[in-house]
Design a protein around this ligand. Sequence first.
Ligand SMILES: CC(C)(O)CC(=O)SCCNC(=O)CCNC(=O)[C@H](O)C(C)(C)COP(=O)(O)OP(=O)(O)OC[C@H]1O[C@@H](n2cnc3c(N)ncnc32)[C@H](O)[C@@H]1OP(=O)(O)O
Length: 258
Amino acid sequence: MAYENIIVETKGHVGLITLNRPKALNALSQALIAELGKALDGFEADDDIGAIVLTGSEKAFAAGADIKEMASKTFTQCYLEDFITKGWEAVSKVRKPVIAAVAGYALGGGCEVAMMCDFILAADTAKFGQPEITLGVIPGAGGTQRLTRLVGKSKAMEMILTGRMMDAQEAERSGLVSRIVPAGELLEEALKVAERIASMGRPSVLAAKEAVERAYESTLAEGVRFERRLFHALFSTDDQKEGMAAFAEKRQPNFKNR
Ligand SMILES: CC(C)(O)CC(=O)SCCNC(=O)CCNC(=O)[C@H](O)C(C)(C)COP(=O)(O)OP(=O)(O)OC[C@H]1O[C@@H](n2cnc3c(N)ncnc32)[C@H](O)[C@@H]1OP(=O)(O)O
């Protein structure tokens, strides 16, 4: 499929998606979001791909939803189209791990898409924010919920009510990003981390992601029970036998994703 707003590549066992609307700072138009969903579906279906990296440009991961495109929408259109749900949730529905590699602006929907990913690696130039309040609206792609869970009520409330941006250091301190790397090394590092994840046994990778996600949706006791079920189930896989045999034999495991 030909893409106009994103670049889709394969790097080893990693699927790389680069948002590519440089003139609009990667503003997330409906067309871009539809392409992103298709690219993610493609990588999800590709057995050779074990992890995905989503990135933007040096200046912007994404400066939010396309304001010019949505400015004239009516309530009825938004409601009937289920605006912002349709297509956008594709990122949070992917079963394979998705890493957001963020340099420059990740604002509004850009910050929300990054938070839908499994973790965020930030360049030292990254800036995060939910400026929707300055446009007379509020975040509409999960920002009020995900930012609050990631950085806590006080900081999320301040950012969402004022539209203030957070730099990479503050984002790391507050738990929004897993770590900061120099801007020039961001993509290389994200691909390295993704390749490492892709080299693990696929059943245990998917189970680990599912178990961590469950922490957001259940009580501690339910989450721990869910984890235990998945942990036990992994003993039915060839990869568990291989991983533990490799340890005992002092060699690298050769996982077959079975
Ligand atoms: C998903 C929801 C529901 O949560 C909603 C949203 O995401 S609402 C959008 C939230 N995002 C914003 O409010 C950020 C808007 N952008 C900016 O504030 C600035 O562009 C900036 C601070 C990121 C960068 O400023 P600067 O370096 O001065 O560049 P600009 O000249 O402003 O921008 C360059 C170019 O890109 C266009 N642009 C930028 N952001 C968007 C956007 N979100 N939608 C559409 N277009 C955008 C900007 O208009 C410029 O293009 P031209 O007008 O010069 O053609």
